[in-house]
Design a protein around this ligand. Structure first.
Ligand code: GLN
Length: 588
């Protein structure tokens, strides 16, 4: 097709971008990650529960502990057990549950798995996430098949056994398995999980499982005191179901005085050194160092009776810490989306932008812009003043006209643009409508307010594709859960394209989660006007990346690069997007 391959490289001055950072740290990390392992014949289990209130940062504490155990030379895997009845979070609204994190093997999981991956670098798998819905659905399938013929199916033992079997998967692969139970102790729907972990630890030889419980120490300003009673009650609740915590992690906005620590230890039957304080942090990436300073990893190793404990290597986290706190200026990036009221809806994107900032030693200031505001209006007043624009993934028609306008604004004003999944599809529609002369271009996902199908679908419902060596087929009326194009797929990049330069390779593997696809039927028409299809599925059928040839930085990707970015190995697309934003900020 047209001259897309020889796209000029408009990326100037690479001096600010610390490309070596990602390489150096990830290499260091690989060494770290595979340092020892095999310390024990069978994995040691750490069960992480929460009490008093939700949102205490259990996921973060688990992730940070995973990182600290790695720093001590051990291998880890982290898992999430969620009590809700959805089979997976794939069908939940990001407004309710935050982002859906996708694994390489195509599972739609809780966003905590994103934290686990970002802190440990261990790619999450399907078998790292389970919900009550999944457990019950498996048990009921077995019942229908006749696997339990003659038996009455009950929560104990059938449901609990199913959970225990899940916990055992891969127990000979790592040194430590960290299993976080969603919700708080005392929730009705969580009970089978608590019972299962109690039984699990009982089945194991003594000392192979420990329990870590997160609670809150509220501060009463009137009396100037931290209150320990809710923690005591929460631990009692745990004890009443047969679980005695070994470690207590106490969230507190104020320093925990020694005598309060003693009191908690005494009343909750834990050692004083095992009462670990968790204070508020400026950045989540301080968590490993902060927890280390509070003695969490030492307390955990003590609880397992591991002595002497291997010394921790924390250089990588010191480097991360340094990059968060020592930066040179900031850039403003607009995320033009739909779920802008809940930041967790775009968690991985926000984190990946932060990593991009760390790679360039700048602070990325994210502002959430609701695309619906300018569905029918001029976008300029809403988008002026940003150094870069990102249009993230999304579902449904609301706000899409606004997103199309955001792509147009970025193209016309030479503002760096990163379109992710729906953000790429909107950029293609924009190009088709406003540059290639396909005035009625649209996506089959929407009716474009016409209520009819009279528009030209440049984005269509994907019905068939290749995954590995087999074909996947879908129908329009398929179930909604788990039927998208999900998980890791390879893509081939055009040599000489912007993306090939950004990635430094022409073969990539990225994670997908979508039902619709840009139609290659329009490729020639779009490339003629300068929108290059610079990344394709290996069979050449599915467009994975588009980029404007004569634009400083305009890239749309059908996949979700944000899911693979880490603070110690920022994703190249995000690192370079932020670099382009910095360049742009110098022009204004
Ligand atoms: N709704 C679009 C699709 O299904 C985009 C999905 C996404 O952005 N993750 O293709």
């Amino acid at each position: 097709v047209s001259g897309c391959a020889d796209a000029p490289n408009p990326l100037v001055d690479k001096s600010r971008s610390d490309a070596n950072f990602a390489v150096r740290v990830s290499t260091y990390f690989d060494v770290l990650n595979h340092a020892h392992g095999g310390a024990f014949a069978m994995a040691r289990y750490i069960f992480i529960t929460g009490g008093v209130v939700s949102s205490l940062g259990k996921g973060l504490a688990s992730a940070a502990l995973g990182a600290l155990l790695q720093a001590r030379g051990y291998t880890v895997r982290l898992r999430k057990l969620d009590p809700y009845l959805n089979v997976d979070p794939g069908t939940m609204s990001p407004f309710e549950h935050g982002e859906v994190f996708v694994t390489d093997d195509g599972a739609e999981t809780d966003l905590d798995l994103g934290h686990y991956e970002r802190f440990t670098g261990v790619a999450a798998r399907k078998t790292d996430s389970i919900s009550s819905g999944r457990v019950y659905s498996t048990v009921l399938d077995k019942e229908r098949r006749g696997d339990y013929l003659g038996k009455t199916i009950q929560v104990i033992p059938h449901v609990t056994n199913e959970i225990k079997d899940f916990l055992k998967i891969g127990n000979d692969e790592v040194d430590f398995m960290l299993c976080e139970i969603g919700g708080t102790v005392g929730d009705i729907e969580g009970l089978p999980f608590f019972e299962a972990i109690r039984q699990f630890s009982h089945d194991k030889p003594r000392g192979e499982c420990i329990f870590m419980h997160l609670t809150l120490l509220p501060y009463l300003a009137a009396s100037g005191e931290l209150k320990t009673k809710p923690t005591q009650h929460s631990v009692k609740e745990l004890q009443s179901i047969g679980i005695a915590p070994d470690i207590l992690v106490c969230r507190s906005e104020h320093p925990i005085p020694d005598k309060e620590r003693e009191k908690i230890a005494l009343f909750c039957n834990v050692r004083k050194e095992s009462v670990v304080a968790a204070y508020d942090l400026k950045s989540i990436y301080e968590a490993p160092l902060a927890y280390h300073a509070q003695g969490l990893d030492q307390a955990v190793l003590d609880a397992f009776g591991i002595s002497p404990a291997p010394a921790p290597k924390l250089d990588m986290w010191h480097d991360v810490y340094d990059r968060i706190h020592n930066y040179d200026g900031d850039v403003k990036v607009a995320i033009v989306g739909k779920y802008t009221q809940l930041e967790d809806a775009y968690k991985s994107i926000a984190e990946a932008l932060t990593h991009g900032g760390m790679a360039n030693r700048v602070k990325v200031k994210i502002e959430w812009v609701d695309a619906e505001l300018f569905d029918r209006e001029d976008a300029a007043p809403y988008l002026e003043g940003y150094h870069a624009i990102l249009v993230p993934g999304g579902f449904g028609e609301r706000g899409t006209e606004g997103k199309i306008k955001a792509a147009q604004f970025a193209r016309e004003k030479n503002i760096p643009y990163l379109g992710i999944c729906l953000g790429m599809q909107m950029a293609v529609i924009e190009a088709a409508r406003n540059v290639a002369g396909i005035a009625t271009a649209g996506s089959e996902e929407f009716d474009h307010e016409t209520g009819s199908k009279r528009f030209e679908p440049v984005v269509y419902h994907l019905k068939e594709w290749v995954q590995g060596n087999h074909k996947v087929a879908r129908k329009t009326d398929d179930d909604k859960g788990g039927t998208m194009r999900l998980g890791a797929y390879n893509a081939t990049l055009t040599a000489g394209s912007k993306v090939a330069e950004v990635y430094g390779t022409t073969q990539i593997e990225e994670r997908h989660r979508h039902r619709y696809e840009v139609d290659t039927k329009y490729r020639e028409q779009l490339e003629k006007v300068g929108l290059c299809f610079s990344g394709m599925s290996p069979d050449g059928k599915l467009p994975e990346i588009v980029e404007w040839k004569d634009h400083p930085w305009f890239i749309g990707v059908q996949y979700h690069p944000e899911l693979k970015s880490k603070p110690f190995a920022p994703h190249p697309l995000f690192a370079d997007f932020v670099r382009a934003a910095v360049e742009n900020s110098r022009l204004v």
